[in-house]
Design a protein around this ligand. Structure first.
Ligand code: ZN
Length: 131
């Protein structure tokens, strides 16, 4: 399945755990894995803490230190920092499914990471069964 994410800022993390959990639930798969994929070159998928919102802010600040927006990049589109952050964070995550539910840790959430918004983005979700 797929769903859309509308981002509101140039850089932001959006919690998509509920959308992925719905796809897992609707699949009826009891034991397997779910693949969450971002088909964009200036966005990404990651798993991190969903309890303290400062964690997400710190992740964005840290990525900005690693890949500043204006650092003499060659790419004329002006979003090389977004491309770099996309590759650093990665295009996908895989989460095990145990007894019909994602085996996320207590404080883990799945995030869509925007690095060149605002835009309308797509997320692809594939639920795979062990059986
Ligand atoms: Zn570009």
């Amino acid at each position: 399945m797929r769903f859309e994410v509308r981002t509101q800022h140039r850089e932001q993390f959006i919690d998509i755990t509920a959308e992925v959990a719905r796809a897992v639930s609707e699949s009826g798969v009891s034991d397997g894995a779910v693949l969450v994929y971002c088909p964009h070159t200036t966005a990404a998928i990651t798993i991190n803490e969903n309890a303290d919102p400062d964690v997400v802010r710190d992740l964005l600040d840290g990525l900005e230190r690693v890949a500043p927006r204006h650092a003499g990049w060659r790419h004329v589109e002006g979003n090389s920092d977004g491309h770099l952050k996309s590759s650093l964070v990665g295009a996908s995550e895989v989460v095990p499914i145990v007894e019909g539910r994602m085996a996320l840790g207590t404080w883990q959430g799945i995030y869509f990471a925007e690095f060149d918004g605002p835009r309308t983005r797509r997320v692809l979700v594939s639920v795979l069964s062990e059986a």
